[in-house]
Design a protein around this ligand. Structure first.
Ligand SMILES: Cc1ncc(CN)c(N)n1
Length: 216
C-alpha cells in the first residue's frame, strides 16, 4: 500500500465530513448564500498568501533541487493561478480588501507556517498535502454531482481541472517517495501532520459557513 493511501484511510472520516459539510453541499447545488462565498473568498485570499510562504519554506528543506523547484512552483501557482480566480471574484462581488483572518484561517495558516518552519521536509510535505489533495477530491466530487447552471462554476472548474490535478499528482508522488526512506517515527509524525491539516481544512469551510468572527 502506498503511504498516501495510508494517509487517505487515516483521515477518511474527516474527508467525509468535509464533503458532506453544508458549505460544499450548497456550493454543489449553487444555493450557497453569496455572503458565505464572499467571506470564504476573502479568507482564502489571506490563506493563499501564507500557504505560498509555507510551500516555499518547505522547499528550502528539500534534499534535492527538483523537489525544491517543485515546491517553489507550487508556491508560485498559489499566488498566480489560484489568486487569479480570487481577483475575478473580488471584482464580481465587490469584495473589499480590508479585514483580518477569522479564527479558522488564523489557526490553519499558523499551523502551515509552523510545520514548514520547524519540522523536517517529510513532515512539512505531509502537513501541506491536504491543501492539494482534499481540494482535488472536493473539486472532483462537486464537479461530478453539481447542479447546472451553477453560480460557482469557475471555482468548481479550477479545482476539478487538469492543471490543478497535475500539481496534486506531483505532491502525492513526492510524499510517497520521501516516506519510503523515512523512519517509522517520522512516518507517524507525517500521518499526524496530515490529519491535523485535514481537520483544519474542515474548520476552514466551517468557519466560512458560520461567517466566523473573533469574540470582542
Ligand atoms: C483553505 C484552502 N485549502 C486548500 C486550498 C487549495 N490550494 C485553498 N485554496 N484553500
Amino acid at each position: 500500500m502506498k503511504f498516501t493511501e495510508e494517509l487517505w484511510e487515516a483521515a477518511l472520516p474527516i474527508y467525509n465530513q468535509i464533503e458532506n459539510h453544508s458549505f460544499n453541499q450548497e456550493l454543489k447545488t449553487g444555493i450557497l448564500p453569496v455572503e458565505k462565498f464572499k467571506f470564504y473568498i476573502y479568507q482564502d485570499s489571506l490563506y493563499l498568501a501564507d500557504f505560498a510562504r509555507a510551500l516555499a519554506t518547505a522547499g528550502t528543506k528539500a534534499g534535492g533541487s527538483q523537489d525544491l523547484l517543485d515546491f517553489l512552483e507550487f508556491a508560485q501557482n498559489a499566488i498566480l493561478v489560484e489568486r487569479a480566480l480570487h481577483i475575478s471574484y473580488f471584482k464580481e462581488y465587490e469584495i473589499s480588501h480590508d479585514g483580518v483572518k477569522a479564527p479558522g484561517c488564523f489557526a490553519y495558516t499558523n499551523y502551515l507556517l509552523s510545520v514548514s518552519s520547524f519540522e523536517s521536509f517529510e513532515v512539512a510535505v505531509a502537513g501541506l498535502l491536504p491543501c492539494f489533495w482534499i481540494y482535488k477530491k472536493v473539486g472532483d466530487y462537486i464537479y461530478a454531482n453539481q447542479t447546472k447552471p451553477n453560480a460557482y462554476q469557475n471555482w468548481i472548474d479550477a479545482y476539478a481541472g487538469e492543471e490543478f490535478a497535475a500539481s496534486v499528482e506531483k505532491a502525492l508522488s513526492i510524499c510517497n517517495r520521501i516516506a519510503e526512506t523515512a523512519s517509522s517515527a517520522t512516518r507517524q509524525k507525517m500521518k499526524d501532520a496530515y490529519i491535523t491539516a485535514s481537520r483544519l481544512e474542515y474548520i476552514f469551510w466551517d468557519s466560512a459557513y458560520k461567517l466566523e468572527q473573533w469574540p470582542v
